[in-house]
Design a protein around this ligand. Structure first.
Ligand SMILES: [Zn+2]
Length: 299
């Protein structure tokens, strides 16, 4: 595993960013991109640099930013080898945020709230098919798998069949409907993958996971700060009875809930699967997902 660092800096007020920032650090076009465009009278001047965290150019580059009084936006994430991904106990399934479809409570999906937190909705148990926004149907075209903004995982019927026949544990499926404002919902040739197993609380040694607007229940809402790679850790005993598909106890993201489910923005758990599930997705030619191994503390 290696950690990648990405810097983004607005360079509108820097006369020659190549010379003042990049060249002293030895950063050429292989790691840096300088843009200075005029689009309809608006100037877009910025630079983007991506380096591995162990690259000797990194401290020099940071020194240049500092010397010029710049505080670039910074994002860090881990990159794993195929061997590491195959050897992981569980992988966080994460779908490209720009490609997600809108679905959930506000589209007509129903939930049992009897064991959920009355303040944030964490623990809401889905009781119906998944309803997604009919306007987002083009986002499913040409795809075999997708996800809602709330990490509900969706697969086409054929992939659902393959998953069902693969002897995976802890997996079940629900129907998927497109909801429209002016006509009734339409059932889609897609299925939602549902997890039966909820993991215990994550280890406090997890990093890159922070309380965002914490609820008194302690179960929501978490977020992942961009500048720290997300590393979800569990104790060995926590993963002793995992299934092939699981969800986290913690719920992430924005919350807006006043007791009315049909208007709710619920937080959502992360979806964790074994490498076997990833392999089935890859064999089906699925793209758009990131897979991030969890860490297991052996002591
Ligand atoms: Zn709560």
């Amino acid at each position: 595993m290696r950690t990648k660092v990405r810097f983004f800096e607005n360079t509108a007020d820097i006369p020659d960013p190549k010379r003042s920032i990049l060249e002293p650090a030895g950063c050429g076009p292989e790691v840096a991109e300088v843009t200075d465009d005029d689009i309809q009278g608006m100037r877009f001047a910025y630079l983007v640099v991506e380096l591995y965290s162990d690259d000797p150019r990194l401290p020099i580059l940071q020194g240049r930013f500092q010397a010029l009084g710049l505080e670039p936006l910074e994002r860090r994430w881990d990159e794993y080898t195929e061997e590491e991904l195959d050897a992981a106990r569980l992988l966080i399934m994460s779908y490209d945020n720009n490609e997600t479809v809108f679905g959930g409570p506000r589209l007509g999906t129903t939930y049992d709230m009897s064991e959920a937190c009355p303040r944030c909705g964490a623990g809401a148990r889905q009781t119906s098919a998944m309803f997604i926004d009919g306007e987002d149907l083009p986002k499913l075209e040409g795809r075999r798998a997708s996800a809602t903004y709330y990490k509900d995982m969706l697969v086409d019927e054929k992939l659902a069949g393959t998953l069902a026949e693969s002897g995976l544990t802890g997996i079940s499926f629900r129907g998927v409907f497109a909801a429209f404002e002016e006509k009734g919902p339409i059932e889609l040739p897609w299925r939602q993958i549902c997890a039966a197993h909820t993991l215990p609380r994550m280890s406090p040694r997890s990093t890159g996971i922070e309380p965002y607007k914490p609820c008194a229940c302690g179960r929501s809402s978490f977020t992942n700060p961009a500048e720290v790679p997300m590393r979800l850790a569990y104790r060995a005993t926590d993963v002793a009875d995992i299934r092939d598909v699981n969800v986290t106890w913690e719920w992430y993201g924005e919350v807006k809930f006043n007791g009315d489910v049909s208007k709710a923005v619920f937080p959502c758990p992360l979806f964790l699967v074994t490498p076997k599930v990833r392999r089935i997705f890859l064999d089906a030619g699925v793209t758009g997902f990131d897979w991030i191994p969890i860490r297991v503390e052996e002591s």
